[in-house]
Design a protein around this ligand. Structure first.
Ligand SMILES: NC(=O)c1ccc[n+]([C@@H]2O[C@H](COP(=O)([O-])OP(=O)(O)OC[C@H]3O[C@@H](n4cnc5c(N)ncnc54)[C@H](OP(=O)(O)O)[C@@H]3O)[C@@H](O)[C@H]2O)c1
Length: 294
């Protein structure tokens, strides 16, 4: 019999990939908040409600719970810190607690933005220093999860590229639309991240589950500048890049402060699970196909 796995936040940009990937080998319960992507059927849950979370876990009895539910837009978190705390910190704590009570294995998503970006190529042992509300809530969520249960992995991921599936358009879909429609898009020339393909996020979750890995893990590709990387993706997709404008982070205001270099060292994940990200040319090809460019 297939083991039961609940994917919380299955209506989000990454959650849908995780739900679909795990469906190959697990009895998956996709869990939504409000938005439901077409083709998926599942349950609804507000992770901020501890009683509801306990009821869900006790009645559905998943052996594995993956949490991607979050207020994941830094500018939204900056304007709504209370909501960000409830969903990102309390939600993670509630799920970890409920999992601990029934002995379920828990994987919680966090972010590279927990670092201040002064060093780059961060390892799991490096101290966090969040610069904005979103990052601070995610850093607190990590602590909350690891304090409540030992049977959990916290997956700090870099920024993904690929076709999104949630109601929120992701950065790369937006950039592709700008390039195709000749709209100007400003891109930071001095921001570095470990961009990686969205499907790899789901494959990394599978590796963690198969290896029963616990503790902190980093997940990302090679360190690249946002401007340089975006231009490479667009050029490889044979899209025009003339409307992409390089700017310094110092010259563009945003509600939430962003770190300059929060690239991740993912060697621990590879060492412990054997997982490596898809090579970039192959990943860009997959992205192209997913958008219908063949
Ligand atoms: N995207 C990235 O590149 C990236 C990078 C680093 C880390 N991460 C992390 O990866 C995870 C997934 O990110 P994403 O980009 O897929 O975000 P997303 O598209 O915004 O998805 C977040 C999901 O959380 C759900 N949600 C919001 N409030 C909830 C609540 N109270 N109870 C239950 N579910 C709730 C949303 O449902 P509704 O839409 O229906 O409200 C949505 O399905 C997050 O933890 C994020 O911090 C993402």
């Amino acid at each position: 019999m297939k083991r039961k796995a609940a994917v919380i936040g299955a209506g989000g940009n990454i959650g849908i990939y995780v739900a679909r990937e795990l469906m190959r080998d697990y009895d998956v319960i996709p869990v939504f908040h409000s938005y439901v992507p077409s083709g998926l059927v599942g349950e609804f849950l507000n992770v901020a409600d501890l009683d509801a979370v306990r009821r869900f876990v006790k009645s559905k009895k998943p052996k594995i719970v993956v949490n991607l539910a979050a207020i994941a837009d830094p500018d939204v978190c900056e304007k709504n810190p209370e909501l960000a705390k409830k969903v990102n910190v309390d939600g993670a704590h509630n799920l970890a607690k409920a999992c601990d009570e029934v002995g379920a294995y828990f994987i919680h998503y966090s972010t590279d933005l927990v670092f201040d970006g002064k060093k780059g190529m961060y390892k799991e042992s490096d101290p966090v220093n969040p610069l904005n509300v979103y990052a601070a809530t995610k850093a607190r969520s990590e602590e909350a999860v690891l304090a409540v249960t030992k049977n959990a992995a916290v997956l700090r991921t870099a920024i993904v590229f690929g076709k999104g599936a949630g109601k929120r358009k992701n950065f790369f879909e937006h950039v592709v639309a700008c390039a195709r429609e000749g709209r100007v898009q400003k891109l930071f020339t001095d921001q570095y991240r470990s961009f990686f393909y969205v499907e790899d996020s789901a494959l990394a979750v599978r590796s963690l589950i198969e290896n029963r890995s616990t503790g902190l893990y980093h997940l990302g590709g090679a360190r690249r500048g946002r401007y340089e990387f975006t231009l490479k993706v667009l050029k490889d997709m044979r899209l025009p890049t003339g409307t992409m404008v390089g700017v310094s982070m110092d010259d563009v205001g945003s509600h939430a402060l962003r770190p300059k270099d929060c690239s991740l060292d993912s060697s621990k994940l590879t060492r412990d699970t054997g997982f490596t990200v898809t090579p970039l040319p192959e990943a860009i090809e997959k992205f192209k196909v997913s958008l219908g460019f063949v």
